[in-house]
Design a protein around this ligand. Structure first.
Ligand code: SF4
Length: 271
């Protein structure tokens, strides 16, 4: 079969070309990290050396579990087919023990999670229809693809599309905070592109307290946002493994998990 190796090599080259041609994906999280610190962006997303420094924590685990439980609840029909007990039971089926420092900490979170889901069930019934949960929206922006993962998209009785984002770590939110939130704005831009002509609004819902607030982008704000994203993306796309970025002291350093890398780099510079 003389043609096979040649053919398979061509097929392999085709796959490589396809892989090379894949456009970079830019998400709200990547933009936030880049704006906080370009070096952090390089270490996390370009060289990927930051993954060695990631340690699972209870907050991430707990948040992920609640998101999955609520997603499964809506996927099974939401309030129209599910009871509060069934929602709470989903906490067990989606639970992961990763990140908790002790059994006591884990069981305290399990009790807290059950209470939050009971309250969520009682307070989240509305006249809206849930269109989907936990879905990625994407928009080809030319040089890159803008992506955003939406926790829940509802259609209100008046036809407005409502993007709902759950927060497990915070207890309060205001309209101004939603209006200033870059991720919520990007989700709106993506939803507007996917559903042209529809009114879109974004809501942050704090699971700990049940407090929520909403805001929406006007047409001129959407144009401004797109321009901003394109400018930031140009800076992000210019960073490669070879780009030299020196560590600089900034507010993000106080909580940055990569400070050890930067301290080592600073020490070797001083030598
Ligand atoms: S420690 Fe500071 S300079 Fe270094 S990656 Fe983190 S935020 Fe950036």
């Amino acid at each position: 079969m003389p043609g096979l190796p040649f053919g398979s090599r061509l097929a392999g080259m085709g796959r490589k070309r396809q892989a090379r041609a894949r456009k970079p994906q830019i998400s709200p999280t990547k933009i936030r990290v880049f704006l906080e610190c370009p070096l952090m962006y390089k270490l996390v997303y370009i060289t990927k050396s930051a993954s060695f420094y990631y340690t699972p924590n209870a907050g991430d685990s707990f948040g992920g579990t609640l998101h999955r439980a609520i997603h499964d609840f809506y996927a099974a029909g939401g309030h129209s087919t599910q009871t509060a007990e069934e929602l709470v039971e989903r906490l067990q089926s989606t639970w992961t023990s990763t990140g908790y420092s002790s059994l006591q900490e884990e069981s305290a979170h399990q009790e807290f999670g059950a209470r939050l889901l009971e309250e969520y069930y009682a307070n989240s019934r509305s006249g809206s229809i849930t269109l989907f949960t936990e879905r990625q929206l994407r928009e080809d922006m030319g040089e890159f693809v803008l992506i955003g993962r939406i926790d829940r998209l509802d259609e209100r009785p008046d036809g407005t599309l409502e993007i709902i984002d759950y927060k497990t770590g915070r207890g309060s939110v205001t309209e101004e905070e939603v209006a200033r939130d870059l991720a919520m704005s990007i989700y709106q831009l993506l939803a507007r592109r996917k559903y042209p002509g529809r009114q879109v609004i974004a809501t942050i819902h704090c699971l700990r307290t049940g407090i929520s607030a909403s805001a929406y982008l006007t047409d001129p704000q959407t144009v401004e946002l797109e321009q901003f994203i394109r400018e930031v993306a140009a800076g992000m796309l210019a960073i490669t493994e070879d780009t030299d970025i020196l560590p600089e002291r900034k507010p993000a350093c106080d909580t940055c998990k990569l400070s050890r890398i930067c301290e080592r780099a600073a020490m070797s510079d001083e030598r």
